[in-house]
Design a protein around this ligand. Structure first.
Ligand code: BMA
Length: 348
């Protein structure tokens, strides 16, 4: 007969207890909260789809618009080859209706037919009456570069031009001119000739219109926090009273491959080259099963966010493991404050 040893009480010795007055409360880091719905859009919403990628996002009047890129099983969906990008519309930000015909697909003629095989990672910015869409052309032959187009209503799409040389996939447009110039944030790639070099920095550029750009300036390198060790990349800046708020993604390497998280940067309103703050703590990391497993595991990735200053909310529709779309929310003023609390990166 076996005897079961009774657990012995653990002996603890309390040496000192900080008094309430001397204990400095450490502020909770700002994190976005997942919506209770969890996944908002998944491959099941697109017949024949294998995966749903990160989405562009913006308000059109009272409607939330998502540009959802879908990868099709067997490479075919309603007669269209490759990935297609569909408009999803919602009145409440949770339930979406999807336009069956894609807004973006492989072009059949012209310049875009050469290069635009796979419209994904759309960044959307409203400037005056137009919604400008930038997405990467990813080609084996020519590299990866940014394509600009526009729409007034998300029904008709007008191609404009290639606005970044390879390899720079996603110029992110500011929503208004600053000091008489248009501005954008870039994410050029870097070849890494040795291990001291990092990949995927954020740059800025400006120009007199949306097609001709110059004044290229480096802004921020990865390496300022563990979750943003290897690469970082921007999204379209959001105007707030305290500055331009930018959701960024950050990548960290691991034995199991890359891990993608999200953070925030705040830029000066009148001088977007000046960084007011960068969150050292990520605002979202791949924690849930649907963020950890999928077509590309351990990925939360956003192409933007939607702010509502009156309601003091920030809504972010983000890609989970390159397979489905989740929703996270937070306070807008909290997001700005988190950047200000952490401040700029020294020597960046
Ligand atoms: C990045 C982008 C994202 C994707 C991520 C992980 O380069 O292409 O769309 O979520 O890789 O695969």
């Amino acid at each position: 007969m076996s005897t079961v040893a009774r657990p012995r009480p653990i002996q603890t010795t309390v040496t000192s207890v900080p008094s309430v007055s001397s204990a400095k409360p450490s502020p909770e880091p700002y994190e976005m909260q997942r919506h209770t719905e969890g996944v908002i859009l998944s491959p099941q919403d697109f017949p024949g789809a294998d995966a749903v990628f990160n989405c562009g996002q913006i308000m059109m009047g009272e409607q939330t618009i998502l540009l959802v890129s879908v990868s099709h099983r067997c490479g075919q969906y309603r007669g269209v080859l490759g990935a297609t990008t569909h408009v999803a519309r919602s009145d409440n930000g949770i339930d979406f209706e999807i336009d069956p015909n894609p807004l973006l697909q492989r072009a059949s003629h012209g310049l875009y037919a050469l290069v635009d095989h796979h419209p994904i990672d759309t960044r959307v910015t409203k400037i005056d009456d137009w919604y400008y869409i930038v997405h990467p052309a990813c080609t084996a032959e020519w590299g990866t570069f940014g394509l600009l187009g526009r729409t007034r209503d998300f029904n008709d799409y007008e191609e404009m031009d290639v606005i970044s040389l390879p390899d720079n996939r996603v110029p992110c447009l500011f929503p208004e001119k600053i000091n008489g110039q248009y501005w954008r944030l870039d994410r050029p790639y870097r070849v890494a000739p040795n291990e001291h070099h990092t990949l995927g920095n954020i740059w800025a550029a400006s120009g007199p219109d949306l097609l001709h750009w110059g004044g290229f300036r480096p802004m921020l390198r990865p390496g300022f926090a563990p979750w943003a060790q290897t690469k970082i990349g921007p999204t379209p800046p959001i105007r707030t009273d305290e500055g331009w708020l930018v959701v960024i993604h950050g990548v960290a390497g691991s034995c199991g491959g890359y891990r993608y998280g999200l953070g925030l940067v705040l830029l000066e309103l009148d001088n977007p080259l000046a960084i007011r703050g960068v969150t050292r703590h990520p605002i979202l990391m791949p924690d849930m099963l649907y963020e950890r497993t999928g077509a590309v595991p351990n990925v939360v990735f956003a192409c933007g966010a939607i702010a509502d200053a009156e309601q003091d909310t920030l809504r972010m529709y983000y890609g989970c493991a390159d397979t489905c779309i989740g929703l996270a929310t937070g306070s807008l003023s909290g997001a700005v404050q988190a950047c200000l609390d952490d401040g700029p990166i020294e020597n960046s």
